[in-house]
Design a protein around this ligand. Structure first.
Ligand code: FCB
Length: 462
């Protein structure tokens, strides 16, 4: 019955639409090729859902660009967001409706350490309660320690442009791990160093809002990797409890954002710039995590080549956040040497992102070669109409199953996101949720993709 329903849903959802390629396998069996114990769930981040926060983003959200346009679309603010700080039980109910076996969320540094050395124990206890409740419901917590935001006191001291953050985030990590170690094994130290640096220093659309500064952008990525090494070391020292009894006390990851870059034309210059972009954005971080050597190059601007103590061997799992494909067109006048476009005539998300499931297959196979197990720590789309989400999901899980067949050791999938939330510079306009949020009541309302998501999860062998 379950299969028939899913098949029907998938068939309706997969009516030809521009660019979402056909699925050749039977979608009714989707999930059955995933390994036993595969983690199936969703991802969120504190600032995007909790509400009631005071950090560098709260400051940025109130500001405007020099031409007067607000930093955030429609001047939206994360002041309330989905009010998840007060509505965890509603979030949990949504996760259960999805048949989740994992939940990736972040703990908010500015809440736990609002001033240097001053700790909010009640907030820590609340995060701990969440973990206890998740586990009681068969949902493995996956905790991100830094997801784009910084406490004001850290940002004021230069954030990742300064040196102090290494020690500060290490102490924070020790504190969180000390409190959650008997509940949490799966840790994500940092979310998307490449996106964080590009948005904050090249595009200027995230704090600190600097533009065209590829030199600092590159130094920030290096500093994030150095900080990660210290955080990972702290986790290994402090978290000595194997919470889920699988023989590992820690499963440490970085959530690495990958974009499928293709040259826009066959011109040798486009091909070369696409390769350069791919190396900087996709390859440099996993390579550094493997070898311990940070090698980042922006020709004519900066080359970093540095061995970082503790970096090699710092992760157990590589997290991949995958969303889209970009076409790279050479633009030597731009600090990144390129303009990114997308293929015309294909389905795109509400943010104009090309929906390209084969890219997920390709990255999983490519990064499996490093030897780590992989987890898809984010994958999703902004789709207000809700018409593309199910085919998107079906085709990406299909791509994941193909990658498994091709030898990639993939251990989990976290869909972005559990519910619509504050999408950074895009505010509330971009709706990524499997649940929508009813205006006013903030009730979590299931989209049409909840049932297919649950049905795929139910096919995973247990
Ligand atoms: C990722 C971020 C996440 C969310 C999605 C759509 O880059 O990690 O917080 O904004 O994009």
């Amino acid at each position: 019955m379950k299969r028939v329903v899913l098949l029907a849903l998938a068939v309706t959802a997969c009516q030809p639409r521009a660019g979402l390629d056909d699925v050749s396998a039977d979608p009714g069996l989707l999930g059955s090729a995933l390994p036993r114990g595969f983690l199936w769930g969703t991802a969120t981040a504190a600032h995007q859902i909790e509400g009631g926060l005071d950090n560098d983003w709260s400051v940025f959200e109130a500001g405007s660009f020099p031409d007067g346009t607000p930093h955030i679309r429609n001047r939206d603010r994360a002041t309330v967001a989905t009010d998840s700080w007060n509505r965890f039980d509603d979030d949990l109910a949504a996760m259960k409706a999805l048949g989740s076996t994992t939940y990736r969320f972040s703990v908010e540094w500015s809440r736990l350490e609002p001033r240097k050395g001053e700790w909010n124990d009640a907030a820590m206890q609340r995060y701990r309660d969440w973990c206890v409740k998740l586990r009681a419901n068969g949902i493995t917590p996956m905790v991100t320690l830094q997801h784009f935001t910084l406490p004001r006191w850290v940002a004021d001291a230069g954030g990742f442009e300064g040196e102090a953050i290494r020690g500060d985030l290490e102490r924070f990590t020790r504190r969180v791990a000390g409190n959650l170690k008997d509940q949490v094994d799966w840790w994500v130290t940092l979310n998307e160093p490449n996106v964080y640096a590009v948005q904050g220093w090249l595009r200027g659309v995230f704090p600190p809002g600097k533009k065209d500064d590829t030199v600092t952008q590159t130094k920030v990525i290096a500093m994030m990797l150095k900080t990660h090494a210290r955080m990972a070391q702290a986790l290994r020292e402090v978290d000595d409890v194997d919470a889920d009894g699988d023989g590992f006390a820690t499963r440490i990851a970085v959530a690495h954002h990958v974009r499928y870059f293709q040259p826009a034309t066959t011109s040798p210059l486009d091909v070369a710039i696409a390769a350069l972009t791919d190396d900087y954005s996709n390859e440099a971080i996993p390579r550094a995590l493997k070898t311990g050597r940070v090698l980042l190059d922006v020709p004519g601007a900066i080359t970093i080549d540095e061995v970082v103590p503790g970096l090699a061997g710092s992760i157990d799992v590589l997290g991949l956040n995958y969303y889209t494909r970009d076409l790279v067109r050479t633009d030597l006048g731009s600090p990144s040497f390129s303009t990114l476009t997308y293929r015309k005539g294909r389905a795109t998300s509400d943010l104009g992102w090309d929906l390209y499931p084969d890219g997920l297959h390709s990255f999983l196979v490519r990064f499996a070669a490093y030897g780590w197990p992989l987890v898809v720590t984010e994958n999703g789309l902004a789709d207000r109409s809700g018409t593309l989400r199910t085919p998107f999901l079906v085709q990406h899980v299909h791509a994941l199953e193909r990658a498994l067949r091709d030898g990639a050791d993939v251990r989990g999938y976290a869909h972005w996101s559990l519910m619509d939330n504050f999408e950074w510079a895009e505010g509330y306009d971009a709706q990524f949720g499997l649940f929508t949020i009813e205006p006013g009541t903030l009730r979590r309302v299931p989209t049409a993709s909840v049932e297919p998501f649950r049905a795929i999860g139910a096919n995973i062998p247990r």
